[in-house]
Design a protein around this ligand. Structure first.
Ligand code: FE2
Length: 270
C-alpha cells in the first residue's frame, strides 16, 4: 500500500463520517507499517490538509508550553532538530537529521511494539515510530503513541547525546533480560523516566519524558500531581497505566544523577 492508496482514503469517497475516515486512515497506516521490512525505504504518508492543521494546532500549543515546562536538554535538542510547524513531517526526513545528530534511525511502527523488540532496537540505534495522528476528537492527549508523540516527544530527545546514550543502555538491558520480571523492571524504569520523567532545574519542575512533552493535558497538569523523588527501587515496584493522564511522577535532581542511577540499574539487568 502506498501514498496513492492513502490519498484515495483521504478523499473519503466511500466513507460515511469523519470518524470512519479517521479509522480508515489509521488502519491503513498501521498496515503499511506492518508490511514494511528493514531495507525498504521508509513509507511516505499523504497526510490530509486536516491532519496538517491538527499537527500545527497541537505542536504550536506544545511549543508554547515547552518554553516554561520542558527541561533544558529538550529545548537544546529541539533547536537542533527543528521540526516543521505547519505540516506533519515524514519519518525519513526526521530520521535523516537524527542519524546526522546522534546516530539514531526511525522505523515505522504499526502501534505499540512488543517490549523486547522495541527497546532492544535501541542498542542498534533504531527507534520504531508510528505515523498515524491522534484522533481530532482528543487533540491534547493521546493514550496511543501517535506521530506527534513519537517525533515531538521521542525524536527530539534522541537528538540529545546523554539521552541517546540512555536509550542505547535500555536497549542493551532489554536484550540481556532473561526473565519476564527483569524485562518488566526495565519497562517500569523506562516508563517513569524516558516516558514520564520530570526533573528539577533551578528549583523548577520541568519535563523530559516523551509522554508528558507530547501532551498538552499532561504539560498543563504535571506540576500538580503526586511527585516522588526518583529512586530506582521505588520505581520498579510502582504500577502504572498508559491509558490516562499520570497521577504520579518521579522527579530527578539532575540529568547527571538520573543518568548515573538509571545506567547503574540497566547495566546490572540479567
Ligand atoms: Fe513513547
Amino acid at each position: 500500500m502506498n501514498s496513492e492508496a492513502l490519498s484515495a482514503i483521504a478523499t473519503g469517497v466511500e466513507s460515511t463520517s469523519a470518524d470512519d475516515d479517521y479509522e480508515a486512515r489509521t488502519a491503513l497506516r498501521k498496515r503499511i507499517a506492518a508490511e514494511w521490512q528493514k531495507g525498504d525505504p521508509l513509507p511516505r504518508i499523504s497526510y490530509t490538509p486536516d491532519e496538517h492543521a491538527l499537527w500545527e494546532t497541537v505542536t504550536s500549543k506544545l511549543s508554547a508550553l515547552h518554553r516554561d515546562l520542558a527541561c533544558s536538554n529538550y529545548l537544546r535538542a529541539a533547536a537542533r532538530i527543528v521540526l516543521p510547524t505547519d505540516r506533519v513531517p515524514q519519518l525519513d526526513e526526521v530520521s535523516e537529521v537524527l542519524t546526522e545528530t546522534c546516530g539514531f534511525r526511525l522505523y515505522p511502527a504499526e502501534g505499540v511494539v512488543a517490549a523486547r523488540k522495541f527497546y532492544g532496537e535501541f542498542e542498534d540505534n533504531g527507534f520504531f515510530a508510528t505515523q498515524y495522528l491522534r484522533s481530532p476528537r482528543a487533540p491534547f492527549h493521546s493514550p496511543e503513541p501517535d506521530v506527534i508523540h513519537e517525533l515531538v516527544g521521542h525524536a527530539v530527545m534522541l537528538a540529545d547525546p546523554v539521552f541517546a546514550d540512555l536509550y542505547r543502555a535500555f536497549g542493551r538491558a532489554a536484550r540481556r533480560a532473561r526473565t519476564k520480571e527483569a524485562l518488566d523492571a526495565v519497562c517500569r524504569v523506562f516508563w517513569f523516566t524516558i516516558e514520564t520523567g520530570v526533573i528539577r532545574e533551578q528549583g523548577e519542575l520541568r519535563a523530559y519524558g516523551a509522554a508528558i512533552l507530547s501532551s498538552v493535558a499532561e504539560l498543563e497538569s504535571f506540576r500538580h500531581v503526586e511527585l516522588r523523588d526518583f529512586d530506582v527501587a521505588d520505581v520498579i515496584r510502582q504500577d502504572y497505566s498508559d491509558k490516562e493522564c499520570q497521577p504520579l511522577l518521579f522527579v530527578a535532581d539532575s540529568v547527571t544523577r538520573l543518568s548515573n542511577d538509571v545506567r547503574q540499574f540497566l547495566d546490572n539487568v540479567k
